[in-house]
Structure formats: structure tokens, C-alpha cells
Design a protein around this ligand. Structure first.
Ligand code: ARG
Length: 713
């Protein structure tokens, strides 16, 4: 492993795992009369990272012995459980794919013959065999793993290796493109979601040992920058720009757009009228006649001569107005010309643009830091090279993918086997590029720069068609473009709406700007903290803590469902301490920290505690949940859904909180799991070790999600 500092840096860094030393595991196992866990060729177990893999090894050995099934098949068949009442591991017998015996009979046979000193006698339940781990050894093993591996427990840096059998070998490289806001336009909730989800992907793959690169692909090119530069000449202020670039550029952009809309009003009206008339003249044909009406004639369109002359009029007027606008030149026309000059590298035209970009990036960086995110590469639409777009255009033409259309270049994807993707413009008449063209060229540029093994685009579902179009075009372009795009993937996500489920829009004035919502959530959390005067006094930097709580609230709300589902941005609900919220996770973390400060058990005592002293049912359950964390991580690596982690963390913290109130069976008044009232130093150390391990797992899960756990609140 690259590093042995015992730390995993999932905070946007790269994961280097140092494994638990094997001697330590062996010592633990010797105590229960077991030697080194067996290994099997072709079966990849990570016993140094995952205590449950030790159990898997013995289970595979025994089942192989009893049934003759292949170790690799057994390994695939044995599954972890979402609900511990179904066992710590479960074997669905039919998954062994053995011929001859009936699965339920075989289940009984396995349960009867199975014998392992760290596993209870298995339960045959119809065609399942359920394995329950013995509490004493499980507690010793799991808590030792957790307290030795600390911030690394649960993660598995072998997953990102090119060759998993060579731990020191090359790691695979991943680019995650996310956030990607547009300079001058609002950093809206779509960008926020992309930022949060992309940040999670980077942390997930880092913790799995991949080498990750965070890329921000700024919307910093296109006609709108011709618009913005004009607007800045008219409305801009250098001082305002320096002070709050994002806000100021947005204001300028809104103003110049209003002027533009005013100017285009007449043309827009005429265009709408023309459209309407054309639709009356040629109504869109129904796809299929209604059932039973197949033979009825489609009613003839009523179209009078008056209408015909009105249409001619509208068309002529529109053309005239449009010509006048170009001749004026209008704001829109000036923007087009401005952008053309920018594209041609005219320094005068590029004067403002560079400054807007630099200042905006500075401002974004502050915002990203609040979310524990840092980018390795600020690319953007402006950085895509003209020559690469030209090259791509050449390939498109040569290979017959694109065609000319009235001086512009289009790709008709319907002709290339993708009817749903329609026709798309790849080059405008004036030769300037488009959003799509830039994405096509950027894809290969990134490969030339990074030679990635995989690249993920985290972009909202509104752009599903755009992504599908440019992936398809790259595929049609053939080698080497098609090979690179085969390594690429779009991770899509649903829309954020207001608390009433309405879409938010700038026009309606319902868009909450990101910094405003972060600030509002922070103020709210600050208010909550102030209510407990004593505690509040002890928080070192209440402002910073309130900010962390607010960010947790927003992120956890985002992660609460599958990514593809949208949700309603609901400040009241997400900042609540009740229910499954970010503040609740933070509270659970801070509570153990507070307990540790009071209990003052030295670290060494925790690490050497006798964990077999944890016998209360609640404590045993918590240990079992902590043992599952590495499997939860593995499963998350498969689902790539933050909710997989979140669901586990809530389940685990609920178990943790049950421990606080656990009552003694004999003495209903005594809190058997209370560290402060433990009846011996040994018991105290064991309990505190358990709580500390739970805190560690909670913290690891939170960091994987991009939350910074707080110690006081
Ligand atoms: N800037 C774009 C927007 O805000 C998102 C960019 C997504 N990434 C891409 N490679 N097209 O709509």
C-alpha cells in the first residue's frame, strides 16, 4: 500500500489503506482455538479490511466440505443481510447450484454438520441457512478492527487496483466531472445536486483505492458571454465585480437580458403568430387513429384565403423586423458578433471574459470549501480547442455521420439508428461552435490529458438527451473516439423543487441562490444552538459549527432518496433534530464525543479492553451492525447510491441510541450500558470502546458522504 499512516483521506483526497496486521488477527483467532483463516484460489476475500471476510472464509471451507460446491460459487452465494434478525450472513441454498438434493433438505444437512467455534449453530429456514456470529469473538474482532484502523475502517483500497492481486501495483484512474455551473447565470439547485453527488462519487472511488480527479467544467463560453460583456459595458461596476462577482455578474446578465427581451418583443410576437397560423394550416397528424375510428376520414382543415394572406403578412413582417434588428445591430446581434470575435481570439473582446472567469472561480472555491470539496481541474467550455473541434468535424464528415443543412452542419441521429435522439446541430452558419460540439471535442481531449480508465459526468436528468446525443455521436465517429466514450458514463439525477413541489425558476423569483440557502440554513442552526446556553458557551467557533450543521442538513436531504428521484427543498424538515436528518447524525456523533470527554478512558485501555464483557442485547446488536460496515461500503461501491450509506448510518445510530437506555434484565433501574455507572474499570473500558468504535464508523460514513462530523454542538 502506498501509505501506512493508517489514515484514509476520503476528504476529497486519495485513499491509501494500511491493512490491519495479520498477526493481530491471528492472535485474536488463537484465543478461540482457530488458526489462520483459510484462503481459496480464485476467491477474493479481504480479511485485512473486513472482519466478516474471516467468517466467510470459514463458512466457505465448511460448506465446501459438506456439499462439495466450488468455493467461488459459495462465496457469491453467501450474502449479507439488511436486517440482522435474518442472520449475520445468509446462504440461499439454491444459489449453490447443486444437482440432486432438495434445497430444504440440503439446508438442514448444512445446518446439522456445520461446526465453527466463532459461529452459532446455523438455522435452516426453508431453503436458507442463517448464520449468527457468536457475540464474544465478534465483539473482539470487530472492535479491534475499528479501533486499529480508525478513519480507514470499512474502506477497501484494493478495489481500485488494476490487478487486485498486486497491492502495490497501479491504481485505476477516474475522472468525475461535476458541479459545472455557468458563469453569470445562477448557481442553481441542479448545480448544487451535481456538486454534492459528484463529491460523493470522488470520495467513494478514492476510498476504494482509485486515483480520482475532480473536474469542474464551467459554462464559460458561448453567445451569452457576448451578451454579458455588452451588459457589463452598460451596467457593470468594477468595484461590485471584485466584491461579489457571482452576484454582480448575475445582476448584469439579468438586466441586459431584459433589454434584449424588450427589443425582441415585436419579433417574438410575430413569430408566435406565424407559428400559430402554420399549426392551423398543417395540424400535427395524430399518430394512430382512435380505436373504432380507423375508417373515419380525418376532418378537413378549415383554412381560408384570409388566413393564407395573414400568414404571408406575418412571415413578411417577421423577416423585415428580423432584418432591422440585425441592421441596428440589436443586442442579440451584437452578442453574436461579440462571441464571434471572442472565438476568433480578438483580445479586446476577450478582455472582460478572462476576468469574469477568474473572479468567479475564486468565489466558487469559497463555496466549494464550505461543502468540503476542492477541484483538481477547472476546465470549461472555453478551454476546448478549436483545432480539436475542427478535427472532430472532419471525422464526422469523412465517416458520413454529419451532413450540411442550409450552410450549417447537422447530425441526424435517426439515420444512425437512434430515432429518439433526433436531429442535432453541430456547427452554426457563422461557424461558431455549440454546447454539443464542445462536449464532443472535450471528451477526447480529457483522454489525451489524463488517460483515464473511467469517466463519470454528473449532470441533471434535464440533459439526458444532450448526454445521450454526444455519447452516440462519439460512438459513431469510430476509433479512437468510440473506445474512449465506452469508458464514459452519465450519472443522472432528479430535480429539486420548492417545499410545495413546484419547480423553481428565476422568472418566478423562486430560485433560492445557493449561498443564500446555505446562509439561511446556517442562521437557523445557529438559533437552535443558542437555545442551550450552557452547551453553546463551550462550542469554540459557533459560527463554523452552525455552518457544518447546515451543510449536513442540506446534504442529507439530498441523499435521502435515490439520485434519480427529485425532492422538495424543505428547510424546516431538513434542519430538524427529529427524524433522519443531517443534524441528527451530527448530534449522535457529538454525543459520543461528549461521553468520551467525561469518561476519560485512556486510548490504550480502549484498545486492550475485554470486549466479551459486552453482553447486553443492545450492545451485541450494535457490534453486529459495526461488523457490517465494510460490507455496506462494498455494497455502496456497487449501488453507487449515497442512500445506501445513509440508510445504514441511521439504522446504526438508532441501535447506538438504544444502548444508552438499555436496562439490566435483573435490575430494571440500572442502565447496564452506561459508561459512567459501569460496575468495574474493565466494563467501563469495554463499553467506552464500543461507543468509540460506533463513533468512528459513524464518522467514517459521514466523511464518505462529505459531511464533517462535529465534536460539540
Ligand atoms: N454548464 C452546464 C449547465 O449548467 C452543465 C454542464 C454539464 N457537463 C457537460 N459536460 N455537458 O447546464
Amino acid at each position: 500500500m502506498a501509505s501506512t499512516n493508517g489514515k484514509i483521506e476520503v476528504a476529497n483526497g486519495h485513499a491509501h489503506g494500511s491493512s490491519l496486521d495479520v498477526d493481530h488477527i491471528t492472535t485474536q483467532l488463537k484465543k478461540v482455538g482457530l488458526s489462520q483463516p483459510p484462503t481459496f484460489p480464485g476467491v477474493q476475500l479481504s480479511q485485512e479490511y473486513n472482519p466478516v471476510d474471516i467468517y466467510r472464509a470459514y463458512i466457505i471451507e465448511q460448506i465446501h466440505h459438506i456439499t462439495g460446491a466450488e468455493p467461488a460459487i459459495i462465496n457469491n452465494a453467501v450474502a449479507w443481510t439488511q436486517d440482522l434478525k435474518h442472520g449475520d450472513l445468509v446462504l440461499p441454498v439454491p444459489a449453490l447450484r447443486l444437482k440432486g438434493k432438495k434445497p430444504d433438505e440440503l439446508a438442514t444437512e448444512i445446518a446439522d454438520k456445520f461446526d465453527c467455534p466463532i459461529v452459532e449453530k446455523p438455522i435452516a429456514d426453508k431453503t436458507f441457512v442463517r448464520f449468527f456470529f457468536k457475540p464474544g469473538p465478534l465483539a473482539s474482532l470487530t472492535l479491534n478492527y475499528t479501533l486499529k484502523q480508525n478513519a480507514q475502517y470499512g474502506f477497501n483500497p484494493l478495489l481500485g487496483l488494476e490487478d487486485p492481486s498486486k497491492p502495490d501495483g497501479k491504481r485505476k484512474r477516474m475522472i468525475v466531472e461535476y458541479s459545472s455551473p455557468n458563469i453569470a447565470k445562477e448557481f442553481h439547485t441542479g448545480h448544487l445536486r451535481s456538486t454534492i453527488i459528484g463529491g460523493f462519487m470522488v470520495k467513494l472511488y478514492s476510498a476504494a483505492g482509485w486515483e480520482t480527479i475532480s473536474m469542474d467544467y464551467l459554462g464559460d463560453w458561448g453567445k451569452q458571454y457576448g451578451m454579458l460583456s455588452q451588459g457589463f459595458e452598460k451596467y457593470g461596476s468594477e468595484a461590485e465585480l471584485e466584491r461579489d462577482p457571482i452576484k454582480h455578474l448575475n445582476e448584469v446578465y439579468v438586466k441586459i437580458n431584459q433589454d434584449n427581451a424588450e427589443e425582441q418583443k415585436e419579433a417574438k410576437k410575430l413569430a408566435e403568430r406565424k407559428d400559430e397560423l402554420e399549426k392551423t394550416k398543417n395540424p400535427p397528424k395524430p399518430m394512430k387513429p382512435k380505436k373504432g375510428k380507423e375508417n373515419e376520414a380525418v376532418p378537413a382543415v378549415k383554412w381560408s384565403e384570409e388566413q393564407e394572406s395573414e400568414l404571408k403578412d406575418a412571415t413578411a413582417q417577421l423577416e423585415k423586423v428580423q432584418e432591422e434588428l440585425v441592421a441596428k445591430p440589436s443586442i442579440d446581434e451584437k452578442a453574436r458578433q461579440f462571441f464571434k470575435r471572442m472565438s476568433d481570439g480578438d483580445q479586446e473582446a476577450l478582455k472582460y471574459w478572462q476576468k469574469f472567469r477568474d473572479l468567479s472561480i475564486e468565489a466558487y472555491k469559497h463555496m466549494y470549501a464550505r461543502l468540503s470539496i476542492a477541484f483538481d481541474d477547472y476546465s470549461g467550455e472555453s478551454t476546448v480547442k478549436l483545432e480539436d473541434m475542427e478535427k472532430a468535424a472532419g471525422v464526422l464528415q469523412e465517416r458520413g455521420v454529419s451532413e450540411d443543412s442550409k450552410g450549417a452542419v447537422i447530425v441526424d441521429l435517426a439515420k444512425h439508428g437512434a430515432p429518439k435522439l433526433g436531429k442535432t446541430l453541430v456547427k452554426k452558419r457563422d461557424g461558431t461552435s455549440l454546447y454539443l460540439t464542445r462536449d464532443i471535442a472535450a471528451n477526447y481531449e480529457r483522454y489525451e490529458k489524463y488517460h483515464f480508465d473511467h469517466m463519470i459526468y454528473v449532470v441533471a436528468s434535464q440533459q439526458d438527451v444532450h448526454l445521450a446525443q454526444f455519447f452516440k455521436i462519439l460512438q459513431l465517429m469510430g476509433s479512437p473516439y468510440s473506445e474512449v466514450v465506452a469508458k464514459c458514463e452519465h450519472i443522472s439525477f432528479g430535480m429539486v423543487k420548492d417545499p410545495k413541489g413546484q419547480t423553481m425558476s428565476t422568472r418566478k423569483g423562486t430560485v433560492v441562490s445557493l449561498s443564500d440557502s446555505l446562509d439561511a440554513a446556517k442562521e437557523f442552526m445557529h438559533g437552535v444552538m443558542r437555545k442551550n446556553e450552557d452547551k453553546y458557551q463551550q462550542v469554540q467557533d459557533p459560527e463554523a459549527t452552525a455552518d457544518l450543521l447546515a451543510i449536513s442538513a442540506i446534504m442529507v436531504q439530498d441523499y435521502a432518496g435515490k439520485m434519480i428521484n427529485g425532492y422538495n427543498f424543505d428547510m424546516d424538515r431538513m434542519t430538524s433534530f427529529e427524524g433522519d436528518t443531517g443534524p441528527y447524525l451530527q448530534y449522535s456523533h457529538a454525543r459520543v464525543c461528549s461521553m468520551a470527554r467525561k469518561a476519560k478512558v485512556p486510548r490504550e485501555a480502549l484498545e486492550n479492553a475485554d470486549f466479551t464483557l459486552i453482553t447486553a442485547k443492545e450492545g451485541v446488536e450494535l457490534v453486529r451492525a459495526l461488523a457490517q460496515w465494510p460490507d455496506v461500503f462494498l455494497n455502496t461501491y456497487k449501488t453507487r447510491e449515497p442512500v445506501t450509506v445513509l440508510t445504514y448510518l441511521f439504522r446504526m445510530t438508532h441501535m447506538l441510541s438504544s444502548c444508552y437506555d438499555a436496562k439490566d434484565v435483573g435490575n430494571k433501574n440500572a442502565k447496564t450500558m452506561s459508561v459512567m455507572y459501569a460496575d468495574s474499570e474493565e466494563k467501563k473500558a469495554a463499553l467506552m470502546g464500543l461507543y468509540e468504535a460506533a463513533r468512528q464508523v459513524l464518522g467514517n460514513g459521514m466523511r464518505l458522504l462529505g459531511l464533517k462530523p462535529v465534536e460539540r454542538m
